[in-house]
Design a protein around this ligand. Structure first.
Ligand code: GAL
Length: 695
């Protein structure tokens, strides 16, 4: 259970690492936290080596002092279990607790996150430290929540050591029961891979050529589950000692290694670390995608932005600062996408260590003369007027279907083409955002009933259950839009025979005879119904409609005249299929037509505008965020809006200066169709390239 009430509004704060500073700085910190409106700090994340300087010897004195000081100043604590990085003594005492790469290299002391998730003594130390901390601070009045470990899987998401090999075998035993079942699932009749004994099974370590694909896929599933076991171990202790204190661990958005749909079920509130690159033309797109995923992981529950940079990070080759105003508008974006907490890494920029050039709320220059400080302080003050948003829901009629299993499977080696999932997801997501849609991410097994439209940029791996779920959704009147190479393999990565996509043929009303993937940089012409042509990339295929209507055709080579985009009326719904990777405007046009056909309200939004709608009991809030450093926008608004917080009525036409955030409250539902945006760069959906699919 997570309750926002004890925070008294939006959560605001940072990772706090007082152990890097002398005592006299701590008092100054607490005073400045009050000045900036900080109400929560994450404490002790990397403190293991100080809290347990020698095995079994604890020193909590300094932490007691900091906890008390923060409490005196009314600052709550998101207390870490301090297990994120074991101290050097532990790694030296147990050399086999150090993780091993696929090449058999054991990693060494000097960085962080140096642990093998399977190591029994390491796990025992984790359990003991967690218990020590939980028991000691259970009744401390500053304690608000538990921060378990830190960014699991950030550096080490797979350890290939012998201990992990043993756990892998146990996990496989649990999945398959018998070796026969495993041999069948892994297709070991191929390349003489048949296993006669469980002991023969290894992780997919560096091999002469492609390791067995199902072995690799199961290894990814196991590796996520194995680290999840480690998390469970800590949470078990915390729930036993402090059942009423909420638990979280900070996620990393679309992190390849961990299946967060599984993980999120086991925390009370989702939290996220997000570091969009300020040098990107549209940093808010990647950020927004992660935000929407976080909101979706626990069925729409609001979440906490646990870490973001106040300005620059230190870990890219070239680290752009957040120019004046960008930090604020990106925080508004997090609120608009469902965050109830806005936290930074870190409170005070370090003097030493690997992250000394990472920005902090308090920069090296000190607070008074720092524009970053002025900005974070101003944001802290502004949040006072935005508390209502912590009660809002972000509702979507459109969802992008996403599954880690598909991500892993699609990007295994030895495919018709080396495809990457995330660029496709990003492209579809951007197109839907460009139609003014709040977008959820939905797991293939989830209840789809709340949505009008399900978009599947790629669903190469689709289980029988997921295909059935989609079939029921379309039959019941839903609109389903599938990208190429979807519905091809089952959960063991076995191909559905008799014409692709074996698992969706009836729904899509077609079958595919063969694929003709393009070379990198190659394009192929796709002719839209109106006669206009666009250049598609990555993929082409021979589609035989069986009931589906052809909306676009391939324009060249032996595919010329063949279907490229189709629509099939199935039950009470519609199923669209895209046999190629259309350019962004054509994709946006297709999605627009599909939404209009089922009367999903929309408006055309340029990429630089982050538009969202939040729903409160008493009406809706339209969030208009201009995430552009120089280009203003003009927005024509539906009548009847008032500024959130201020209450003053807004004019019919509003100018959004660069980096401006306007939050407009309506008594009822926001009429999206009445929103018109002028100016801005490269609107994603252009009139000329629209596919004529509406109606
Ligand atoms: C996060 C991590 C923090 C800090 C930060 C720097 O990934 O949790 O401890 O390293 O990055 O950007």
């Amino acid at each position: 259970m997570f309750d926002i009430k004890p925070f008294g509004g939006v959560i605001y704060g940072a990772d706090y690492n007082p152990e890097q500073w002398p005592r006299e700085v701590w008092r100054e910190d607490a005073r400045l936290m009050n000045e900036a409106g900080v109400n929560l700090v994450s404490l002790g994340i990397f403190s293991w080596a100080l809290l347990e300087p020698r095995p079994g010897e604890y020193d909590f004195g300094w932490l007691d002092e900091v906890m008390d000081l923060l409490h005196e100043h009314g600052v709550g604590v998101n207390l870490a279990t301090a297990t994120a990085s074991p101290p050097p003594w532990l790694s030296l005492k147990y050399p086999d607790s150090k993780p091993v790469t696929a090449d058999g290299v054991r990693l060494e002391v000097g960085g962080r996150q140096l642990y093998c998730p399977s190591h029994a003594a390491f796990r025992e130390h984790v359990r003991t430290l967690t218990r020590q901390i939980a028991v000691r601070y259970a009744a401390h009045p500053a304690l608000r929540m538990w921060h378990v470990n830190n960014e699991y899987g950030c550096h080490i998401d797979q350890c290939y050591c012998d201990l992990c090999a043993g756990n892998f075998r146990d996990w496989l035993h649990g999945q398959y029961g018998t070796l026969e079942a495993l041999n069948a699932a892994w297709g070991t009749a191929f390349w003489s891979q048949r296993y006669g004994d469980w002991a023969e099974i290894q992780p997919p370590r560096r091999a002469p050529t492609y390791p067995n694909p199902t072995q690799q896929l199961d290894w990814r599933r196991f590796s996520s589950d194995n680290i999840l076991e480690l998390y469970r171990l800590e949470v078990g202790v915390l729930r036993e000692v402090t059942p009423e204190v909420p638990v979280t661990t900070n996620f990393l958005g679309f992190l390849p290694g961990l299946d967060y749909f599984k993980w999120a079920r086991e925390e009370d509130v989702v939290s996220l670390d997000a570091y969009p690159d300020p040098s990107d033309a549209a940093p808010h797109l990647d950020a927004g995608m992660s935000y929407d995923l976080m909101r979706s992981l626990r069925g729409g529950q609001r979440w906490i932005l646990m870490e973001q940079a106040p300005s620059a990070v230190n870990w890219r080759q070239h680290n752009a600062v957040k120019r004046p105003g960008l930090m604020r508008v990106l925080n508004h974006q997090a609120l608009a996408h469902g965050a109830s907490g806005l936290m930074f890494f870190q409170w005070r920029a370090s003097r030493a260590g690997a992250e000394k050039y990472h920005s902090g709320m308090v920069q090296h220059v000190g607070p008074e003369r720092s524009r970053v400080w002025r900005e974070v302080k101003a944001l802290g003050q502004e949040l006072g007027s935005l508390s209502a948003l912590t009660r809002a829901s972000v509702q979507s009629r459109v969802a992008v279907m996403f599954d880690w299993n598909n991500w892993w499977a699609l990007e295994l080696d030895s495919k018709p083409a080396a495809l990457k999932l995330m660029p496709l997801v990003r492209k579809w997501y951007a197109a839907l955002r460009g139609l003014g849609q709040n977008v959820d991410f939905v797991h293939p097994d989830a209840d789809l009933g709340a949505y009008d439209v399900i978009a599947l940029p790629n669903g190469y791996l689709l289980t029988q259950g997921a295909a059935e779920n989609l079939r029921t959704f379309v039959q019941g009147g839903g609109t389903f839009i599938a990208g190429f190479f979807s519905g091809i393999v089952d959960k063991h990565e076995h191909v559905g025979l008799g014409g692709y996509p074996g698992f969706l043929r009836d729904v899509l009303g077609l079958w595919v005879e063969e694929w003709a993937p393009l070379q990198p940089g190659e394009t192929t012409r796709v002719r839209l119904e109106a006669g206009e042509e666009v250049q598609a990339t990555q993929w082409a295929e021979v589609i035989h409609p069986e009931g589906a209507e052809v909306l676009a055709t391939f324009g060249e080579d032996y595919l010329a005249g063949g279907a490229a985009v189709t629509r099939h009326a199935f039950g009470a719904g519609q199923a669209y299929y895209l046999g190629s990777d259309l350019p962004q405007p054509a994709l946006a046009g297709l999605l627009e037509g599909a939404l209009r056909a089922v009367n999903v309200p929309l408006c055309i939004v340029p990429e630089q505008l982050d538009l969202s709608v939040s729903t409160l009991e008493e009406g809706q809030v339209l969030h208009l965020l201009n995430v552009h450093p120089t280009a203003p926008l003009t927005v024509t608004l539906p009548a009847g809006g008032e500024r959130l917080g201020g209450g003053d009525s807004v004019p019919g036409t509003l100018t959004l200066a660069p980096y401006a955030a306007e939050l407009i409250r309506y008594a009822g539902v926001v009429d999206l169709a009445a929103v018109r945006v002028q100016g801005g760069e490269a609107a994603v959906a252009s009139e000329q390239q629209k596919l004529p699919v509406s109606g």
